[in-house]
Design a protein. Structure first.
Length: 367
């Protein structure tokens, strides 16, 4: 959702007449695109500024550079029966907080993470990313910060920022506002697709820590801030606006040695909505020990300040766990060791049980 290769949603043919000229009828200077609120020169300047960051993410499969009508790439090598995997997402109302407090540098990584982590869930390698950046009046400095954050996210994920779009739409957004959307393309070997079909009773669930709420639940977070009339200090802002973690490289490395049965990206809908998405039968459930990990301080604060029930928390937020890996009991130690060797702090947080299993105190059953 944003912008790199193209300038804005307008092309050079929309420049209009020179503002200092007059037409043959003597009626004075004609209107220009800039008079309407669209600054093509600003768009061109933005492209120049972010080009080095985008080029730094380039992969050998790329067949095109920035500025063309379309991005082209070959499929990555090493696949016998490659399957393309796509994912698209946004950052949601986290952008509102970022805009209100001029915290623009991390939302680009949020955008990439929301897409590539989804693609990762089926075992795929994200190799291309496209973004869309829309605003009412292009602020080149702000857009540069956002898009460089997108390029940084692409570097963390190992994918190329292949292109994008910047749309300057006067009157469509309030002053200073912008929106983002992203699109990721990945590839996975057909025989190695992880679709949850191997998930079975007795499997263990391993969680990877989040950096905070990531990019979900911010309408509720903003409501908490509104009802408490709290102006967040720098520490709280740092926690609330911490960029979404990108799990691609460490998880894909683990996939090289572990037969992972299923994965879950905990996004909007929290635990209750996301875990069942990988179940391929109706007779299994996830038994989660909610005391097995420590929640980030900002998430704990949100619950306390908003007097939010545990059910609502687990339906809205990741509660400190951003990604789940489901593995056989025999593979638990190998999974933990692989992830720890890459700097992760994995936690075994539950297991797969039958749907009619009874949860005890401190546990939740999700089916």
């Amino acid at each position: 959702m944003s912008q790199p290769p193209s300038e804005t949603s307008h092309d050079a043919s929309g420049r209009g007449a020179d503002s200092g000229s007059s037409d043959d009828t003597g009626r004075g200077a004609g209107l220009t695109y800039k008079d309407a609120g669209v600054d093509i020169e600003a768009g061109a300047e933005l492209v120049q500024r972010i080009a080095p960051a985008a080029k730094a993410t380039r992969r050998p499969e790329m067949l095109s550079g920035l500025g063309g009508f379309a991005a082209m790439a070959e499929l990555p090598s090493g696949y016998d029966t490659p399957v393309l995997v796509t994912g698209t997402d946004g950052v949601g109302t986290k952008l509102k907080l970022a805009i209100d407090y001029s915290r623009h540098d991390g939302v680009g990584q949020d955008l990439v993470a929301m897409c590539v982590n989804d693609v990762l869930v089926v075992g795929a390698e994200a190799f291309l990313f496209l973004d869309y950046y829309a605003t009412g009046k292009l602020d080149v400095d702000v857009a540069e910060r956002v898009i460089k954050g997108i390029a940084h996210g692409c570097s963390l994920a190992g994918c190329a920022l292949a292109g994008g779009e910047t749309a300057e739409m006067p009157g469509f957004y309030s002053d200073g506002e912008y929106d983002l959307a992203g699109f990721s393309v990945g590839v996975v070997e057909k025989a190695k697709i992880i679709d949850g079909s191997k998930v079975t009773v007795g499997d263990k669930i391993i969680g990877l820590p989040s950096s905070g709420p990531h990019s979900n639940g911010y309408s509720l977070i903003r409501k908490v801030l509104e009802t408490t009339e709290l102006v967040p200090d720098e520490t709280l802002l740092d926690e609330l606006l911490a960029p979404t973690r990108i799990y691609v490289k460490q998880v894909r490395k683990t996939l090289e040695s572990v037969d992972v049965h299923g994965m879950v990206h905990i996004t909007g809908g929290g635990f209750y909505e996301n875990i069942p998405r990988i179940f391929t039968t109706d007779d299994v459930a996830a038994l989660i020990d909610i005391a097995s990990w420590q929640r980030p301080t900002d998430i704990a604060w949100i619950q306390q300040a908003g007097n939010i029930s545990e059910q609502e928390m687990l339906t809205t937020f990741n509660c400190g766990i951003g990604m789940l890996l489901i593995v056989s009991p025999d593979d638990v130690e190998a999974t933990l060791e692989s992830l720890r060797s890459q700097g992760e702090a994995p936690v075994e947080i539950g297991e797969i049980v039958t749907r009619n299993h009874a949860a005890t105190a401190g546990q939740v059953l999700i089916s």
